[in-house]
Write a protein that binds this ligand. Structure first.
Ligand SMILES: C[S@@+](CC[C@H](N)C(=O)[O-])C[C@H]1O[C@@H](n2cnc3c(N)ncnc32)[C@H](O)[C@@H]1O
Length: 326
């Protein structure tokens, strides 16, 4: 997945002239802080250089994960056409760009961010985008201001930066101002999955209808050391490769999300939980079933139509009722 051309150009402009050695050092520090989930009371993006390192090395991946999560919502809720977005912990506005790419119905966005450095960069990137965009300086731990309700509320890659005890209160607050759908995205690590499970349980208890990725509202059938996550291949720009000292022109971003709505949507029969394994004349699928179980399905060429469907399925895809697979 690539950034939309307008965002790609704005990012390239924001990174023009940045000294490479400094960008590398900042990207390395950022990567270590994210990997170790450091919670030391300091922001990961305290200054302009850290914010530039985020643009170069993290935005392409978080954009891809958010965009893929929104695509899963759009598939299950073809009737959903959000006019308003509220994104909390917006960073450079990744969810704004992903939402605009997914739904051209979007007219207004409220973006909440506590780091001045990344907020300033995000404002510059979004300069010229149509619609009403309001950037708010607020901290979700020390108290959010009164926020307008929005059709779509997003919280992406933020929960790993706030104390776990704050999660329930934050989810309650965001759900209360969600007009239609709330989407929470996290890194696709076992710890990220645990946080998504906590959000999922809280939303189900509040009466939410899960939209994606779960095809059911039962307890998650996976158990550690297994965990639910998906992946998107992300193109690395030249500056991205240089900042990471990497040769490969792409990377795989692992992510996990939960989307919940105030109204029920379509439910697939199953969702593909791992890369399908193809061998001669067979496809092996790991499926989360809509009865709340996890199942291994072997589709063979002899079966005809189900095999043809299985061959086209990818990790994270919804499996329809008429596929003959689930
Ligand atoms: C990893 S970045 C994610 C940015 C964006 N959502 C994305 O997916 O690209 C996390 C963002 O949350 C912000 N953040 C962290 N703690 C926050 C808090 N207590 N209040 C508001 N924003 C916060 C950080 O400053 C940072 O911009």
């Amino acid at each position: 997945m690539e950034l939309p051309p307008a965002l790609r150009q704005a990012v390239d402009k924001a990174l023009e002239g940045v000294p490479l050695a400094e960008l590398r050092r900042a990207a390395d520090l950022l990567s270590r802080r994210y990997r170790d989930e450091v919670r030391d009371g300091r922001l990961h993006l305290p200054d302009h250089l850290a914010a530039q390192a985020y643009l170069a090395t993290r935005l392409p991946a978080t954009y891809a994960a958010i965009r893929a999560s929104l695509a899963a919502v759009a598939e299950m809720r073809p009737d959903f056409a959000p006019a308003s977005l509220l994104d909390v912990g917006t960073g450079p506005g990744s969810a704004l760009w992903a939402s605009r790419d997914c739904w051209d119905s979007l007219e207004a966005a409220t973006l909440v961010e506590t780091s001045i450095a990344i907020r300033k960069i995000g404002e510059r990137l979004a300069n010229g985008l149509p619609g009403r965009i309001e950037w708010l300086d607020a901290n979700i731990e020390t108290g959010l201001p009164a926020l307008p309700p929005a059709d779509l509320v997003t919280l992406a890659y933020v929960l790993d930066e706030v104390p776990p005890v704050s999660i329930a209160r934050l989810v309650d607050r965001l759900w209360a101002i969600t007009g239609d759908t709330l989407v929470v995205v996290e890194p696709g690590t076992p710890a990220g999955w645990q946080r998504i499970l906590a959000v999922r349980a809280r939303l189900i208890a509040a009466g939410a209808h899960l939209v994606a990725p779960c095809p059911h509202q039962e307890a998650c059938p996976l158990a550690a050391p297994d965990w639910c996550h998906f992946a998107r291949r992300v193109a690395r720009s030249r500056v991205h490769r240089l900042a990471k000292n990497a040769d490969v022109p792409w990377e795989d971003e692992k992510y996990i999300f939960v989307a919940a709505s105030k109204v029920p949507g379509n439910r697939p029969s199953a969702r593909v939980l791992a890369p399908p394994q193809s061998a001669s004349g067979t496809v092996r699928l790991k499926l989360c079933m809509n009865d709340g179980s996890v199942a291994a399905k072997l589709a063979s060429k002899r079966e005809g139509a189900p095999y043809k469907v299985a061959r086209r399925l990818d990790w994270g895809d919804a499996v329809s009722k008429d596929s003959g697979l689930a």
